[in-house]
Design a protein around this ligand. Structure first.
Ligand code: SF4
Length: 239
């Protein structure tokens, strides 16, 4: 008679993983980290740099058991594991994966667009750091993300992180046609009014040509000084 192999309770067979980066010093400030990219995203950003991660059901070769084994072998070498995407909050098993990572002794990080604020709130106590993309002034979000109403949700996530005191960084990716100095100041007003400390302007690459797009904001000395004065952790990340 055929016997079914028991599934390990920590296997998280429902977690859909689109990629894995075994080492980075750029994705969790001040920590040596690995990044697990989760599959699926409800947004359609004009500049999306990971389009292969958007479809939630795309078949991939990555399994959580394999990733777990690799992380086990790197205990003592890595300090943190970051879940990125896609939009990692779209997957219900993220909380179990975070618990397992914590049990292995790693700090936990999340990269998110913040469009699923209720799911973010359910992770209270499981996150050591969050990188929150703020894509536009909240009332003009749809122009960047393709999803009307997404700004209201991102605002709720920012509120939640500020209220909980979860360490976080606000990242603004500059799509030059839509984001100029006035838009940056609007976003900075929202962030500084919630006592945000770390604010990053990120240069964007064109999704088809790969060309770095720059933009007026990166050479606007007045704007850059203003941001430096407001945020102790202000940074510019060129593509
Ligand atoms: S949130 Fe990220 S993964 Fe989703 S569409 Fe926007 S850029 Fe792409």
């Amino acid at each position: 008679m055929k016997t079914l192999a028991a599934t390990r309770p920590d296997a998280l067979t429902g977690l859909r993983i689109g990629g894995f980066q075994s080492f980075t010093t750029l994705d969790f400030p001040g920590r040596m980290a690995a990044v697990v990219f989760l599959q699926g995203c409800p947004l359609r950003c004009v500049y999306c740099h990971n389009p292969e991660l958007i479809q939630p059901r795309r078949s991939t070769a990555f399994r959580w058991t394999g990733i777990r084994e690799r992380l086990e072998r790197r205990r003592g070498l890595l300090e943190a594991i970051v879940f990125s995407g896609g939009e990692p909050l779209a997957q219900a098993q993220l909380s179990d994966a975070l618990r397992q990572v914590r049990e292995m002794g790693f700090a936990t990080g999340l990269h998110t667009s913040g469009v699923l604020p209720d799911r973010l709130a359910r992770l209270d106590g499981l996150l050591d750091w969050v990188g929150l993309d703020i894509k536009a002034p909240f009332n003009r979000y749809g122009a960047v993300t393709g999803l009307d109403g997404s700004g209201v949700r991102a605002k709720a996530s920012l509120d939640h992180l500020a209220e909980r005191g979860t360490p976080h960084e606000i990242r603004v990716t500059v799509w030059p046609d839509l984001i100029g100095p006035a838009e940056i100041i609007e976003i900075a007003d929202q962030a500084s009014s919630r006592s945000c400390q770390d604010f990053v302007l990120q240069e964007c690459r064109h999704p088809y040509t790969g060309k770095a797009l720059g933009g007026q904001v990166f050479s606007d000395a007045v704007l850059l000084e203003e941001l430096k004065a407001r945020f102790p952790g202000f940074k510019v990340r060129r593509a």
